[in-house]
Design a protein around this ligand. Structure first.
Ligand SMILES: Cc1cc2nc3c(=O)[nH]c(=O)nc-3n(C[C@H](O)[C@H](O)[C@H](O)COP(=O)(O)O)c2cc1C
Length: 368
């Protein structure tokens, strides 16, 4: 009987000891997991830096995320109302159209949008946009004159300038901009610089001092955003990713081609240079392939250069090699047109609404 009790107690002891050991073991295991997770989170979780916070508070944003110039008014409204910075491209707008668009956007948003001008193509609607109360003007492809900056400042608008090197950052800094956009060669559309973001961002951030720098080029996800914020950027500018949204004013076929595109789908080229002879990044398509197969000839010897590839009901025929991008009202061979896309296009997997996209990017950025 005593032996039986001893056995029972030793079994109890054993069970007690082993369960304690088990707890100990699982506690050690658990705490090492938690530590690993914490370590991982420390590296992986997106954290806003001071410059991001400065940018967001300056423009009353919930996210350090700007739309790039393309996409149109409905997209700009949706981005702004989802807490990002909306954008409209006014380079080609009639002055009165620009005025009305700015008035509508001011009514529809909290004023968190900017007007983009490709400086070397002209700023004919700038005065009217400022009269309408345009809250921020952003220039690409050039440094504004002192007179332009004076006008912008006296209208009470903010100023943004796109840069691509230390040298033009220092030139931009002479105008005390409110923000800078560092565009890399991975960007979709016309590409101002000749360096990848990774090669130029540090020197631009350094030259910009206390001015927030946003990155444009190849940003499609919150992971992309986290990557550049960790390298000193205050925020991101997304062009291609926003073109592939429900609200964007791009042709549906163009949006589909963006979703289908893979890692090797874009080319950095001078191919679509009719009327604007500047480097750009587009989806590789039939027009590009045939031109390349002919040895990339200059204007005057380009294959099919007198072809009309599509038609716009108001603006008429669109010739092969035209820099015009596909808008919804166009008909014809949309696939042969210039379908601008950045290198981040391979991470564009579906057409979302702007607010769904922004929410998703934020979740990916935080990685929680
Ligand atoms: C369809 C399209 C049109 C663009 N139009 C303009 C423009 O009018 N003005 C401008 O400064 N940049 C323009 N860009 C370039 C964007 O401002 C931005 O630098 C670029 O989209 C960022 O790269 P991502 O497309 O990889 O996001 C355009 C880009 C695309 C894709």
């Amino acid at each position: 009987m005593e032996e039986q009790n001893q056995n029972k107690s030793s079994r109890r002891d054993f069970l007690k000891k082993s369960s304690l050991a088990g707890i100990g073991l699982s506690a050690t295991f658990l705490s090492s997991c938690i530590n690993a997770q914490a370590k991982e989170e420390k590296v992986e979780t997106g954290v806003l830096n001071e410059m991001s916070k400065k940018l967001m508070s300056r423009f009353n944003l919930r996210y350090p995320l700007f739309q790039a110039a393309p996409g149109g008014e409905a997209l700009a409204t949706a981005v702004a109302n989802a807490g990002g910075m909306g954008a409209i491209s006014l380079t080609w707008s009639e002055p009165n159209d620009a005025y009305e668009m700015v008035v509508r956007l001011k009514e529809a948003t909290q004023g968190n949008f900017y007007c983009n001008y490709v400086l070397h193509l002209g700023t004919r609607s700038l005065d009217r946009a400022l009269e309408a109360g345009c809250p921020a003007v952003q220039f690409s492809w050039g440094i504004p004159t002192t007179e332009m900056v004076r006008k912008i400042r006296s209208a009470g608008a903010s100023l943004g300038i796109q840069v691509s090197s230390r040298q033009n950052t220092l030139m931009a800094m002479d105008h005390s901009p409110d923000f800078l956009i560092c565009q890399g060669i991975e960007a979709g559309g016309h590409v101002q610089g000749t360096s990848y973001v990774a090669d130029v961002l540090a020197e631009v951030v350094e030259a910009a001092g206390e001015v927030p720098v946003l990155v444009a080029g190849g940003i499609s996800t919150g992971h992309d955003m986290r990557n550049v914020l960790n390298k000193g950027a205050a925020g991101v500018v997304m062009g291609t990713r926003f073109v592939a949204t429900r609200e964007s004013d791009a042709h549906e076929q163009y949006k589909m081609r963006l979703v289908e595109a893979g890692e090797k789908s874009t080319v950095y080229t001078i191919c679509f240079n009719r009327g604007w002879n500047a480097m750009h990044r587009v989806l590789r398509n039939n027009t590009f392939n045939v031109w390349e197969a002919h040895g990339c000839p200059l204007e005057g010897s380009k294959p099919g250069e007198n072809d009309v590839v599509a038609t716009h009901p108001a603006h008429g025929p669109i010739m092969r090699y035209s820099p015009a991008s596909p808008f919804p009202e166009m008909t014809g061979n949309i696939d042969d047109m210039a379908m601008y896309a950045g290198e981040g296009v391979s991470r564009v997997k579906e057409i979302l609404s702007a607010s769904e996209l922004i929410e998703r990017i934020w979740v990916e950025f935080e990685n929680k």
